[in-house]
Design a binder for this molecule. Structure first.
Ligand SMILES: [Zn+2]
Length: 270
């Protein structure tokens, strides 16, 4: 499994925060932060909720490898929280993941592994490439759910779709925490090939609370490219991105990164 990045407060935060203060969002985050700055909670790995023997075996293997434990450790090294947030494997009957606000708990469905393996097996040749892509996409999905959890317990302001906010937290954390770009690219590829959105789009999809998978794919690819246009020039050269979108990606990622640092500044450990 790849390294799970931790984040620290960075020195640009006060300046970014000051610039945004006029919009009140930063003020609100700071206010919420002043009440929650003490480290009263942690991400806590809870026992898996499983019925099928096959998934019990898989959960045992993943626990031995520390999949959730490493992520919880990185988050706890980075964030002061007002309350505990649970995180566990579960059997859900679908390839998905959830944040349950009433339980303050993230549930990562083990069905995800089957779904992702199928997607990546069509793309990669070696077992190692498939495993790495599954692990990367899993990583990103955990951080997406962490985004929902932080919106909930830290009262992070949301001014558009909360799903887009959760996407942006995952992408920012994995990129700025260093070393998570490959995970973000794996998640992007998973969205690109989402079989549930092949063919005609119906009203329920237009009315859904997620952006379309293809839009999520382009947003993730854009933010990885924007974080380092020279290092990720291949994303443009190999047409992962359109040139029209790519032009704006560096500024888009910089704004995204400054916004998350400002919003989380009161909660990031020094
Ligand atoms: Zn979500």
């Amino acid at each position: 499994m790849s390294v799970v990045p931790a984040l620290r407060a960075r020195r640009v935060v006060p300046a970014a925060c000051a610039a945004i203060l006029a919009l009140a969002a930063c003020g609100q985050a700071t206010q919420a932060g002043s009440a929650t700055r003490e480290d009263l909670g942690d991400f806590v790995v809870r026992e898996a909720l499983l019925e099928t023997d096959e998934y019990v075996d898989l959960a045992n293997q993943l626990s031995e490898e520390g999949w959730l434990e490493d992520i919880a450790e990185a988050l706890n090294a980075s964030l002061n929280l007002p309350v505990d947030i649970g995180i566990r494997f579960a059997e859900c009957g679908q390839s998905n993941a959830f944040y349950l606000p009433d339980e303050r708990e993230i549930q990562m469905c083990l069905e995800l592994f089957d779904g992702e393996r199928e997607v990546f097996a069509a793309y990669f040749e070696t077992e190692q490439e498939i495993e790495d892509a599954v692990a990367g996409s899993f990583h990103w999905t955990v951080f997406h759910e962490v985004g929902h959890a932080l919106v909930d317990v830290l009262d992070i302001p949301v001014t558009g779709r909360e799903e887009d906010t959760a996407d942006s937290l995952a992408t920012w954390w994995l990129i700025d925490g260093q070393g998570g770009e490959a995970s973000t690219i794996s998640a992007a590829l998973s969205f690109y090939t989402d079989p549930s959105q092949a063919g005609e789009i119906d009203d329920s999809e237009y009315a859904g609370d997620h952006s379309f998978s293809q839009q999520r794919y382009y947003a993730l690819a854009c933010h990885v490219y924007g974080s380092d246009p020279e290092g990720y020039a291949y994303l443009l050269e190999e047409e992962w991105l359109t040139p029209e979108r790519a032009e704006y990606c560096p500024a888009e990622f910089e704004r995204l990164s400054a916004s998350w640092y400002a919003l989380l500044a009161p909660h990031l450990k020094e």
